[in-house]
Design a protein around this ligand. Structure first.
Ligand code: ATP
Length: 624
């Protein structure tokens, strides 16, 4: 291999990537040697500001305690990290074999991984990631290993290489007039529109494309580094592996990121464009530290959208990629090293949920439900069926197609709902890291349903809304009226008293208000024009411009004749599906999705998300 490195797989600690499992961001430190001019400036003194005071054995599963000491002020700090590679020769090669190569097999199973070098300017990030002609960095080393493995697996490789310069993305493999657009899909996955993907079949082909990209990347001389990267550089190696069963190939991506270094402009003496670049670099790294802070503190809102860099790293920090952070240190710079290592140490607590990128099957259950409803309508000879189906495909139904998986379950089992919520959340949106904490369904249906469809309330309210005489509890869409589930009732009564219970009534009433506009979409129709019938019950609703709800009358017989009461009084599967979808949506939607609901503002959305994170999951039930 180039640079005289010898691949010794036996030296690689076993660290198998287990798809669909949680994995902490792994954080290692790499200390570069003193450079000749630094040694001269220090009068030959080569005492580094960083040392390892505890490294139990050579296994990558052990922690190390990194000790930082300022020679001048004698200040010192200790941080616990995953591994430390001190100034010995060729620590990049060792980092590759011990830390990066274990990530590679997962790519062939459709898992994603990210390796990113973080550190102050001049700390050796580009040297680590890109390397030199004599000493290849992690990027060519990874490519070389992947190419060798492809020969056995029949996989194909494509690369993309881009930079984030002044918070804009540019393709480095193909010159384009336009910047690359960073977009996220409905699953929260980031896509770079317009980014070229170059197929690579051999290392010479890779070097040709890669060196072209390196030449295009923006670098400049600064007061602290002769060749300083002015952008974050990202090499993406996409490995597509055919499946044994002949189905579509799975693609795993390895993102290798050489971040630009933070700069102290009192020392770089940057001016003009260099100063502007520096400001953007520091800004994006500050955004990165904010994301790490939010993830560490379980904040409901993680500010990924503050910069392009954090959006790109979204999947690697609290997302579904396996991630390795290489914290690079200049051995002579104490303050910068402390800054780098403290952020690195905090990043270690971030959990990702590694998931294979194998395509999820289209949720057939949704299709089935629609087909059933259509057939049902047709069998009753109703007109405007398309319109009504559209009504059924409310934003709530449409937003969370995955949650249809629940519909077919005859009963709602706490653990299965919990599992589903976890899957949905990790699949739909990695923006909010809520999975490490107990997850809670904060909504369940109240035992009584009033004219404002106040069927959604906090778990824990059961005591005031227990199913009364003649009221039945619907376990799920397949439960029939009257099949009051004792199990459900008892589970509802088993609600833990949670710290949020004081706030529940406030939330409930606010939620009622928040959710009430739904009611205004339900138009009262004359009883002789039923839209849906189910036995002796008539469902009357049709989407319409919101309007003021009709005044609620006390007269019970009048009341039960309103469309909504007809609707809520019915025991139809349809009603249950709709209500359940609503509840599922409230329990699984992320902040942005909640915000799209009428009447839910920022505070309410954040509050809902926060509440879900703080108490155990409660069952979902609907009473009539
Ligand atoms: N192991 C090493 N052996 C010799 N020189 C090294 C080593 N590591 C880093 N260097 C040198 O240190 C200097 C700074 O490294 P590099 O340019 O990679 O830093 P950087 O962190 O990428 O900086 P910036 O953020 O400004 O781009 C370079 O001259 C590089 O050649």
């Amino acid at each position: 291999m180039e640079g005289g490195l010898v691949l010794d797989s036996s030296a690689t600690p076993a660290k198998a990537m287990n798809p669909n499992s949680s994995s902490k961001v792994r954080v290692i430190v790499r200390v570069r040697p003193f450079l000749p001019h630094e040694i001269a400036a220090n009068n030959g003194d080569q005492t580094p500001c960083v040392s390892v005071i505890e490294q139990e054995c050579e296994s990558s599963t052990e922690e190390v305690v990194v000790y930082l000491k300022d020679k001048e002020s004698s200040r010192n700090e200790c941080y616990r990290l995953d591994s430390c590679f001190a100034q010995e020769d060729n620590n990049v090669g060792r980092i590759f074999y011990r830390e990066v190569s274990p990530l590679i097999p997962g790519l062939f199973h459709g898992c994603n991984a990210t390796v990113f070098a973080y550190g102050a300017t001049g700390s050796g990030k580009t040297y680590t990631m890109q390397g030199t002609d004599e000493m290849p960095g992690l990027m060519p080393l990874a490519m070389s290993t992947i190419m060798s493995m492809c020969q056995c697996t029949g996989s194909t490789v494509e690369i993309s290489y881009y930079e984030v310069y002044m918070d804009r993305c540019y393709d480095l493999l193909e010159i384009k007039a336009k910047e690359i657009a960073v977009l996220d899909d409905k699953d929260g996955q980031i896509h770079l529109r317009g980014l070229s993907r170059v197929p690579v079949k051999s290392m010479p082909e890779f070097y040709e494309a890669f060196s072209c990209g390196i030449q295009r990347r923006k670098v400049a001389h600064t007061g602290l580094n002769d060749v300083s990267s002015r952008s974050h550089g990202v090499l993406v190696i996409a490995v597509s592996t055919p499946c044994d069963d002949g189905s579509a190939a799975v693609t795993g991506k390895l993102n290798l990121i050489d971040l630009a270094g933070n700069e102290d402009n009192r020392r770089t003496c940057n001016e003009g464009i260099r100063l502007q670049e520096s400001a953007k670099i520091n800004q994006s790294l500050f955004a990165l530290s904010n994301v790490i802070y939010a993830l560490n503190n379980n904040l409901s809102r993680v500010p990924y959208r503050e910069s392009k860099l954090t959006r790109i790293l979204q999947d690697s920090l609290g997302g579904m990629s396996q991630a390795l952070m290489v914290a690079c240190l200049n051995p002579g710079e104490y303050p910068e090293s402390v800054h780098t290592v403290s952020l690195a140490a905090r990043s270690r607590h971030i959990t990702n949920f590694v998931r294979s990128a194998k395509k999820q099957e289209t949720p057939k259950i949704k299709v089935d439900m629609e087909a059933k409803l259509r057939a049902w309508l047709e069998s009753r000879g109703k007109t405007k069926s398309a319109q009504r189906i559209q009504a059924l495909n409310s934003p709530l139904l449409g937003k969370t197609p995955n949650s249809f998986a629940n519909v077919k379950k005859p009963t709602i089992n706490l653990s299965s709902v919990k599992a589903k919520v976890m899957t949905n959340r990790s699949a739909c949106n990695a923006k909010e890291r809520t999975i490490t904490v107990p997850f809670r369904n904060i909504f369940y249906n109240e035992s009584t349903v009033d004219s404002n469809l106040e069927s959604l309330q906090l778990a824990g309210d059961k005591e005031e809304g227990n199913a009364g005489a003649g009221e039945s509890v619907l376990e799920s869409n397949t439960s029939l009226p009257g099949e009051a589930s004792n199990q459900e009732e008892s589970s509802a009564n088993n609600f833990d008293s949670s710290p949020v219970s004081e706030r529940k009534s406030t939330l409930r009433s606010s939620l009622r208000k928040a959710l009430s506009p739904l009611n205004t979409n339900i138009k009262q129709k004359p009883l002789n024009e039923p839209l849906f019938t189910n036995g002796d019950c008539t469902l009357l609703f049709e989407p319409e411009t919101p309007e003021t709800p009709p005044p609620v009358r006390n007269n019970r017989s009048q009341k039960t004749r309103t469309p909504l009461h007809k609707f809520t009084a019915c025991g139809s599967n349809l009603k249950n599906v709709l209500l359940k979808e609503y509840i599922d949506f409230l329990n699984t939607a992320n902040r942005e999705e909640l915000l799209e609901l009428k009447g839910i503002g920022v505070k309410m959305a954040e509050y809902i998300v926060e509440l879900r994170e703080t108490s155990p999951l409660k069952s979902v039930s609907k009473t009539q």
